[in-house]
Design a protein around this ligand. Structure first.
Ligand code: SF4
Length: 233
């Protein structure tokens, strides 16, 4: 169990799942490259959180709900939590609404769906917070993407829950250690808004140069001795 002062943002999990270096650059080094896309995303979330509550028959929509989990040491704000009226438990009572209501978190994204699990991890973390706060199981939620406008259902299966919990533990560890991991060039770098600040290929060139020098020394000295010292470096 974490204390309230140790809480870390739920949104950091999304960055960590996308790339540990990106997460460290943002949360440890406070590096952020604002561009048209990140500004649009920020406005989208601000508008959603200010949208208030809405009632439509058997559906209640709450925007900007504050969430936390002492078990995972996370806090944040849900874009939307839908409450669907159900005939039987599990469900929660809502003020000024008869019956039981089942929560269903929905996270909005300005862009397109990603191959990585990062968005699913973020909405799963919101579900785990709701489960702890409301003491009832939350089995499904959704991601809403702006390009193309599409809602993707997310089932909070065991594997996704374990992944989310492991990332929360890793996030706390990273913040405690305070070290930004080196860059690893990957497909995600193409869409990363921090690519010009991270310069992932610079690290790669340094490693290539080191490998080249080590190989050259191995050739000169006949192999074994240098190979061993490189392995233990
Ligand atoms: S450019 Fe690549 S390595 Fe650097 S932060 Fe972005 S995803 Fe991570």
């Amino acid at each position: 169990m974490y204390e309230e002062e140790d809480f870390l943002p739920i949104s950091a999990l999304q960055h960590l799942a996308y790339c540990p270096r990106r997460c460290a650059l943002i949360y440890l080094e406070q590096v952020w490259d604002e561009n048209r896309f990140t500004t649009e995303g920020k406005h989208l979330h601000e508008d959603l959180h200010e949208g208030g509550a809405e009632s439509r028959g058997d559906l209640r929509i709450v925007r900007g709900l504050r969430l936390h989990s002492f078990r995972l040491g996370l806090s944040g704000q849900a874009d939307v939590v839908e409450f669907h009226r159900v005939d039987q438990p599990p469900g929660v009572a809502l003020p000024e609404a008869a019956g039981l209501w089942r929560p269903f978190p929905v996270e909005y994204k300005r862009g397109k769906p990603k191959i990585e699990d990062c968005d699913r991890v973020q909405v799963c973390a919101q579900a785990l917070c709701l489960e702890e706060m409301l003491q009832l199981p939350v089995s499904e939620g959704a991601l809403y993407y702006g390009r193309p406008r599409r809602r993707e259902q997310v089932t909070f299966a065991d594997a996704l829950r374990r992944e989310t919990e492991a990332l929360a533990a890793r996030l706390h560890e990273m913040v405690a250690v305070g070290v930004t991991p080196p860059a690893q060039v990957k497909r995600a770098c193409r869409d990363c808004s921090l690519v010009d600040l991270c310069l992932p290929r610079v690290g790669e060139r340094k490693r290539s140069a080191r490998r080249y020098l080590a190989a050259a020394l191995r050739d000169l000295r006949g192999g074994g001795e240098v190979a061993q010292s490189e392995e233990t470096a």
